[in-house]
Design a protein around this ligand. Sequence first.
Ligand SMILES: [Zn+2]
Length: 129
Amino acid sequence: MYTVMIYKCEDCGKDELIINSRIGVTPFAVNCTLCDGTMYHVHWDKDCETESIEIDDDDRVFVGMTIDVFKKIVVERVNIFWYSAIYQMSNDYKTKKEAIESLMKEYDPETPNIISGKEYKENYVDKIL
Ligand SMILES: [Zn+2]
C-alpha cells in the first residue's frame, strides 16, 4: 500500500507529490529540494492510496528509519553537540560512546525517513529478474 501526498513549499511555491511507502505517520514538513525552504503537507483530503505505483528515480519516498541510518544521525548529532555552545553534550555524558548508546535507545523503526525513488528501488523493492 502506498499513499501519495501533496507537499507545497511556502518559500518558492513548488508542489511535489511525495510517496509514503508504509502505513504510518509522515512528517508535516520536509525540506524543499528546489530552494531548501520548507514544504508542508497540503490538501490532506487529496491524499491518494494505491496498491501499486511507478516510482521515478527523482521522486521522494518515505520509508521507516533503518537502524544504520539512525546511528549515523546519532553519531553526527553527538559530534556536533559535544562542545556546542548551544547545548554542550559533554556536560551530560562522560564519553561520546556513552552518549551514542543512550541516544540509540530512542530508535524507533516507525520514524519516517525520506529517500530518493532511486534509493528506494535499489534497497526496498524486491528485485524481479
Ligand atoms: Zn522551495
